[in-house]
Design a protein around this ligand. Sequence first.
Ligand code: SAH
Ligand code: SF4
Ligand code: F3S
Length: 471
Amino acid sequence: MEKKVNEWIPEEQTEYISLLGDILSERYHTDHPKAFVHTYGCQQNVADSEKIKGMLIEMGCELTEDKEEADIILFNTCAVREHAEDRVFGNVGALKTLKRQKPSLLIALCGCMMEQEHIAEKIYKSYPYVGLVFGTHVIHRFPELLFHAVTTGKRTVERGTDDGKLYEGIPIHRDGSFKGWLPVMYGCDNFCTYCIVPYVRGRERSRESAVILTEAKGMVQSGYKEITLLGQNVNSYGKGLSENIRFPQLLKSVADIEGDFWVSFMTSHPKDASKELIDVIAENPKISRHLHLPFQCGSDRLLKKMNRHYTVEKYMDIVNYAKERIPDLALTSDVIVGFPGETEEDFQQTLDLIRTVEFTSLFTFIYSPRVGTPAASFEDPYTHEDKARRMGELLKLQEQISAKRTAAMVGKVCRVLVEEQAREGVLNARTQGGVVVEVAGTPDLIGTFRYAKITEARNFILRGELDGVTE
Ligand code: SAH
Ligand code: SF4
Ligand code: F3S
């Protein structure tokens, strides 16, 4: 019999949500207790936090940006690099005084860090004022866990083992009103040797396409102008589903929904990025002219040690095809500097790749050893200073490329989505390739599509003029 992966949120969780309405009101002497939710890490975590916020709101809570006035403080944590973890420890440490002043304050930690044994232990031992800890696999049981923490007054720790399922029907409170995240799959099966994600997020599982399309339609109907399909490796979407569907078809179906909106996606693993995917982007103007295709490193020797399953040649094949099919494509990437044993020659190959591709922008990381990953025990004769110097060199090169690319946009007219106020009288708008353009305008334009003529590129910031075309 086929294993059922996609399940509906168990009914008892909905019951806990309604029970918590009264329990929290009584505990905090208000109909609307205040919850502060802060998210570290990637968009997957942002999307998870939107569910946690959705559940809190159903319990009657009000969200606040101010920790001082909060009754519940929740940090959704990230484990991808040491720096991310250090920030969480620092910020949890800083809550000690607040908890002393307000004993009824409930401090909760969840997310990727909590799925690591040694971290959960450290929290338990060194931060006794943290009342609730739960991992990524049990988010759907948040109501039950919160209920346990507040009714027993006992510290509650639940780190799920991955049950291989995904739960639909959890309420969502989206942070944005015109740009929204839409997870299409969870987990990762790739086990790149440096990466903690597969250990803390579990095995890959895809949502059924009908559920995704219904959610996307709902978003379009409620005025969303940009929908970003999310997954650690969206290109392997569909594996394990009983329906026969792959990511390019899903992407096209979302783009086919009636309405004026853009659809984007992240992240694409180069080993699974197909020409079919590029064709779908090329042929559908609603799909963003942006491909985030992390290459990580320009040395085949290291790509092998990273377990990435592609070579520079294969990466360039897909990049060249994409550039040819989509001339206005913005390519971005992640790159790791200082992977264990990275020689000067390996590093120069990374620079060569950057020079050849000319990325619009890069997300750059110095390698950070993660407990339990294979690369953490690889030999590494290079010092942090060596790595920092290489990083400096890489950033300088990318700065030149970005400057050249932004300069080349001057004079063009682009359709942009107006996103936010940068300062009095100035708005930030974004092109379909994800490039920010500053334009003069008033906040009522936020959340609308406009056309902007790019007039100037200075210090990597593009300036433009709205051409008066209203849509
Ligand atoms: N699933 C995505 C990436 C998720 S993690 C993908 O494969 O593209 C985001 C980025 O963090 C990775 O692309 C990688 O560049 C970086 N990263 C992951 N683990 C790291 C580590 N241990 N040290 C430094 N950077 C790391
Ligand atoms: Fe990590 Fe690799 Fe999975 Fe991305 S594909 S989340 S880098 S293991
Ligand atoms: Fe961090 Fe977890 Fe995302 S480790 S990068 S928040 S999947």
